[in-house]
Write a protein that binds this ligand. Structure first.
Ligand SMILES: Cc1cc2nc3c(=O)[nH]c(=O)nc-3n(C[C@H](O)[C@H](O)[C@H](O)COP(=O)(O)OP(=O)(O)OC[C@H]3O[C@@H](n4cnc5c(N)ncnc54)[C@H](O)[C@@H]3O)c2cc1C
Length: 439
C-alpha cells in the first residue's frame, strides 16, 4: 500500500487539470489513461470530440491561467485564436444581427488536440505527476467503504494500482455508476435532457487572400422552429472549423453536397461561403445524440471515502452550448479551494456537493433551451424562463446593453440574475427594435 498518493482515471481535460491541483496536496499523483498518448497523434479514440471545434469561455480561460501561468498565451502561440465576443463575432440571432460593439469578453477558439497537448506538457513537467497510458480501468478496489485503488488491463495484462484518493475523470463514457454498483453502492438515475442534437464538423484551409472582418460567424438554433444552426471559426492560423448543428433530429449530412446544402440553408450565409469556396482540410465528422446528463453523486449517502468524480463523468452538457470545458475547469478550482482546508479523501461529499452547486447554473441554462426540443411536458417555471429568454434574444439585435448581458451570462462570466437588471428588463419587455445597420 502507498500513502499520500492520488490516482486520476483519464488524461482528458478534467483529468489533467485535476492532476495539477492534486500535485499541491499529494506527494505522488498518477494519471492512468486508456489511450496511448504519443506526441504526434492528432486524434485518439478516447476523445472523439477532437474532430469538432472547441471554444474556451473567458471564465474557463481565467481558471486555466490561474493553474498554469501564461497557459492561454501559450495556446495562442500554438495557434489558438482569441476573439472579442462582440466586435469579432458575427452572430445571426433569430430577430436579426447581433450588435458588433466591443464587449470586453473574449473566447479562445482552439483545436482540442492543441489544447490537450499544451496542458499535458505542462502537467507532466510537475515533478510529482506521472502518466501511465494504455491502461483501461475496469473497476474500483474497495475496503470497508473506502476506495483504495483501481483494477484494469494494460496490454492484456491485469493492472492494479493503489492510492489514498481516486478521482474519476473518465469523461462522458465513465463507468463509475456500474463500478460502484458492483460494491453495493447505488446512484440515483441520472437526469437527462435530450434535444436530439447533432453536430457535423469539417476543417477548411482558407486562401490567404480571403479576409473577413470577423473571427467567428455563428447562428444559434432556437426551439421550436429554428432547428438548424452553425459556426465558422478561425483555428490554428490558416485553418477554419465549420460546424453545422441540428436539433430535434434535423442532422447535417456527412457527404460533401449534403453538407454544403445544409450550410446554404442557414441565414448566416458567411458560413456557407467558406464551405463553398475554401478547400476541405478534413473529412466531415458527425456526432449525434448530443444530450445533457447529470449523475447526482452528491445525493449518494453511502458514497465511498477516497473517491471523487468530476468533469463529464458527473455532468456532461449538450456541447452545442460550449460549456463543458469551463464547467470542468471551475470544478477543478473548487477542488483546489476545498483541498486547502479539508481532507477530501475522508469527506468526498464536500467536493461532490461543490460540483453540483457549480453545475446548477450552466445545467439550468442549457436544459432550459433544450427542453423545447425534447417533446416533454415543460414545467411552468421553465416555460416562463423560456419565454423571457426568447424576448431577450429578440431584443438583443437592437440593444448592445441587452446583448452584452446575454453574452456575459452565456459565457458564464455573470450570474443569470444580471438578465433581470432593471435596464435590461425594461428593454426586453418594451421590445427593442433591430437597428437599421444590419451588420
Ligand atoms: C462534439 C463536441 C464538441 C464540444 N465542444 C466544446 C466546446 O466548444 N467548448 C466546451 O467547453 N466543451 C465542448 N465539448 C465538451 C468537452 O469536450 C467536455 O466537456 C470535456 O472534454 C470534458 O472533459 P473530461 O476530462 O471530463 O472528459 P474527456 O475530455 O472526454 O476525457 C476523458 C478521458 O478519460 C479517458 N478514459 C475513459 N475511460 C477510461 C478508462 N476506463 N480508463 C482509463 N481512461 C479512460 C479517455 O480516453 C479520455 O482521455 C464538446 C464535446 C463534444 C462531444
Amino acid at each position: 500500500m502507498y500513502s499520500d498518493r492520488a490516482l486520476v482515471i483519464g488524461a482528458g481535460f478534467a483529468g489533467l487539470l485535476a492532476a495539477r491541483v492534486l500535485s499541491e496536496s499529494y506527494g505522488d499523483v498518477v494519471v492512468v489513461e486508456r489511450d496511448r498518448l504519443t506526441a504526434d497523434t492528432p486524434h485518439r479514440p478516447g476523445v472523439p470530440q477532437a474532430h469538432h471545434p472547441h471554444v474556451l469561455l473567458a471564465r474557463g480561460a481565467e481558471v486555466l491561467d490561474g493553474l498554469f501561468p501564461r497557459l492561454c498565451a501559450e495556446l495562442e502561440e500554438a495557434g489558438a485564436v482569441r476573439s472579442d465576443a462582440g466586435s469579432d463575432h458575427l452572430v445571426r440571432l433569430p430577430a436579426g444581427w447581433a450588435p458588433r460593439d466591443h464587449l470586453g469578453t473574449s473566447v479562445l477558439s482552439v483545436t482540442r488536440t492543441t489544447l490537450e497537448r499544451t496542458i499535458r506538457k505542462r502537467v507532466l513537467k510537475l515533478p510529482n505527476v506521472s502518466l501511465v497510458d494504455g491502461v483501461a480501468v475496469r473497476g474500483l478496489l474497495l475496503d470497508r467503504g473506502t476506495v483504495i485503488g483501481v483494477r484494469g488491463v494494460r496490454d492484456d495484462d491485469l493492472f492494479t494500482d493503489y492510492a489514498d484518493l481516486v478521482v474519476d475523470a473518465s469523461g462522458h463514457g465513465s463507468k463509475l455508476v456500474p463500478w460502484l454498483a458492483e460494491h453495493g453502492v447505488h446512484c440515483p438515475a441520472p437526469m437527462i435532457v435530450n434535444g436530439r442534437a447533432s453536430c457535423a464538423s469539417r476543417l477548411y484551409h482558407l486562401d490567404g487572400d480571403l479576409r473577413f472582418d470577423w473571427k467567428t460567424a455563428r447562428e444559434p438554433t432556437r426551439a421550436p422552429d429554428l432547428t438548424r444552426g452553425g459556426t465558422a471559426s478561425e483555428v490554428d492560423g490558416q485553418r477554419w472549423f465549420v460546424a453545422l448543428v441540428g436539433a430535434a433530429g434535423d442532422a447535417a449530412p456527412a457527404d460533401d453536397d449534403g453538407f454544403a446544402e445544409y450550410a446554404a440553408s442557414l441565414r448566416c450565409q458567411d458560413i456557407a461561403e467558406i464551405v463553398k469556396t475554401a478547400a476541405p482540410a478534413s473529412p466531415v465528422h458527425r456526432t449525434a445524440n448530443l444530450r445533457s446528463r447529470w449523475n447526482r453523486f452528491h445525493q449518494v449517502p453511502d458514497w465511498p471515502r477516497g473517491l471523487l468524480a468530476l468533469g463529464d463523468s458527473v455532468v456532461s452538457l449538450n456541447p452545442v452550448h460550449g460549456h463543458g470545458l469551463t464547467l470542468a475547469a471551475l470544478s477543478c478550482a473548487d477542488l483546489r479551494h476545498l483541498l486547502r482546508g479539508n481532507d477530501l479523501a475522508r469527506h468526498p461529499l464536500l467536493f461532490q456537493r461543490a460540483v453540483a452547486r457549480t453545475a446548477k447554473v450552466p445545467w439550468t441554462s442549457v436544459t432550459t433551451a433544450d427542453l423545447g426540443w425534447s417533446g416533454r411536458r415543460i414545467p411552468p417555471r421553465v416555460r416562463l424562463r423560456r419565454w423571457y429568454a426568447r424576448r431577450l434574444t429578440d431584443a438583443a439585435p437592437g440593444s448592445t446593453r441587452v446583448y452584452r448581458a446575454y453574452v456575459r451570462v452565456t459565457q458564464m462570466a455573470d450570474h443569470p440574475a444580471k438578465l433581470f437588471a432593471p435596464a435590461v428588463i425594461w428593454r426586453v419587455l418594451s421590445g427593442s427594435r433591430p437597428r437599421a445597420t444590419a451588420r
